[in-house]
Design a protein around this ligand. Structure first.
Ligand code: UGA
Length: 428
């Protein structure tokens, strides 16, 4: 019977723990946040993540999943210890690995002899080696096993991976980690640790590049009267390009892309390479936030004394309650700085949750309430329910007929027929 310890009950740790228990392993999760652990013991899932509550409940019920708030207890019987701890960005753009390093130091004396440490957190290239040194135990191997989970579909992504990457200087340890995924029947790539760590950054940076690229092409479309939807179809059907991650939007955000792109520029710089391409990708994203802000502000009726904006969607994408580095937050702040009055609705965000991020926003209990008396309706997150709004209903509550659809999810013709001035991203 394999026993896995997971340190960190965030979205990566919880998803990994729930899925490993689903695959038949015995899993024990530890987190310093005692309230979170208590809630998990009581079956309460702390994040909005599809399928996760069900897996957690099953794991608790069949005894395959346990929660503790003591790392030493979690690791003492474990054959594998997964580090799923936060690696935030420090003020100079470097990755702050202090949580990972502190945990490695703390657990070192308690690790079961011959067990394996696995880093799942996104850590700078070279970290696997550093952790090995910090542990100071020749019987413990360290393996890098980056995650490629998207928030909102994390469970599905874990159980249906395009690939599993395992990097280690110990072939035996790498194979033993690969074995944990054997039921998934997927491609397993075994590499050296630095390559595994680089794959993680390179994947996120490439995806961010794709989105910045399509946002830039959308800007071109607006200048030359082309329609981005046709352009996406045209280029996305080329197998070498592919249709995924080609949706223009208000700018990419979340807990990963902004942090990881900056980190990769830094990692490259420290190692002697100026990653100008990626610096450009980051700059295009900052421009996109500004472009969308200007697009909204341009909807202010001529001569109006005030400008009321109804924002639909606060999270950085649909399917999550995560507001970290959300384009919505930056755009709302930009609008407020320019004098706009903002009301907002998001299906997963309550006013109290966001009090630190947003000041002076009127939080509504439903889309239609957020739009009441507004000059412009703005869609910033692609929640499917926003696409179901009826123009005739919206018409009744708004004071002007303007729509900025920053996710291109509305049926443009329907809104135009209803008399709305419709602006998408890259739509002619
Ligand atoms: C991303 C990666 O997709 C995962 O593979 C990776 O494991 C994860 O980061 C991580 O490093 O932990 P996630 O941050 O959950 O996952 O979100 P994505 O679905 O990648 O979206 C990122 C941002 O890009 C969002 O703001 C989203 O709205 C935006 N986006 C995405 C677009 O604007 N257009 C698209 O076509 C796709």
């Amino acid at each position: 019977m394999t026993t896995i310890a997971v340190l960190g009950a965030g979205y990566v740790g919880l998803t990994a723990a729930a899925c490993f228990s689903h695959l038949g392993h015995d899993v024990i999760v530890s987190d310093i946040n005692q309230i979170r652990i208590k809630n998990l013991q009581d079956g309460l899932c702390p994040i909005v993540e599809k399928e996760l509550p069900e897996l957690l409940e099953t794991g608790l019920r069949n005894g395959k999943l346990q929660f503790v708030s003591d790392n030493s207890v979690a690791v003492s019987q474990a054959d594998f210890t997964f580090l799923c701890l936060p690696t935030p960005q420090s003020s100079n753009g470097d990755v702050d690995t202090s949580f990972v390093q502190a945990a490695a130091k703390e657990i070192s004396p308690f690790l079961k002899p011959g067990s394996v440490i696995v880093t799942k957190s996104t850590v700078p290239v070279g970290s696997t080696k550093i952790i090995e040194e910090m542990l100071g135990r020749s019987d413990i191997a360290v393996v890098s096993n980056p995650e490629f989970l998207r928030e909102g579909t994390a469970v599905h992504d874990f159980l249906n991976p395009d690939r599993v990457v395992v990097g280690s200087s110990s072939e035996t340890a790498a194979r033993s980690v690969a074995e944990l995924y054997s039921k998934l029947n997927c491609r397993i790539l075994i590499t050296d640790p630095a390559s595994a760590e680089t794959i993680k950054y390179a994947a996120n940076a490439f995806l961010a590049t794709k989105i910045s690229y399509i946002n830039a092409i959308a800007a071109v479309c607006e200048c030359v009267n082309a329609d981005i939807l046709s352009v996406i179809e045209g280029i996305g059907s080329d197998k070498r390009i592919g249709p995924e991650f080609l949706n223009p939007g208000p700018g990419w955000g979340g807990s990963c892309f902004p942090k990881d792109t900056i980190a990769l520029v830094k990692i490259a710089e420290t190692a002697g390479y100026d990653f100008s391409l990626l610096r450009g990708v980051i700059a295009v994203n900052a421009e996109q936030l500004q472009r969308v802000t200007e697009k909204i502000l341009s909807r202010k009726p001529v001569g109006a004394h005030d400008f009321k904006v109804g924002v639909l969607g606060l999270t950085f994408k649909a399917g999550t309650d995560d507001l970290r580095d959300s384009a919505s937050i930056t755009i709302i702040r930009n609008l407020q700085e320019r004098g706009a009055l903002v009301s907002a609705f998001d299906p997963t965000v309550k006013a109290m949750d966001s009090i630190n991020d947003l000041v002076d926003v009127r939080f509504a209990a439903a889309s239609i309430d957020a739009l009441t008396d507004c000059d412009v309706m703005v869609i910033l997150t692609e929640w499917p329910e926003f696409a179901l709004l009826e123009p005739s209903e919206v018409l009744k509550v708004m004071r002007s007929r303007s729509v900025v659809d920053a996710r291109n999810i509305l049926d443009r013709d329907k809104w135009v027929e209803a008399g709305f001035d419709y602006q998408g991203i890259g739509r002619s």
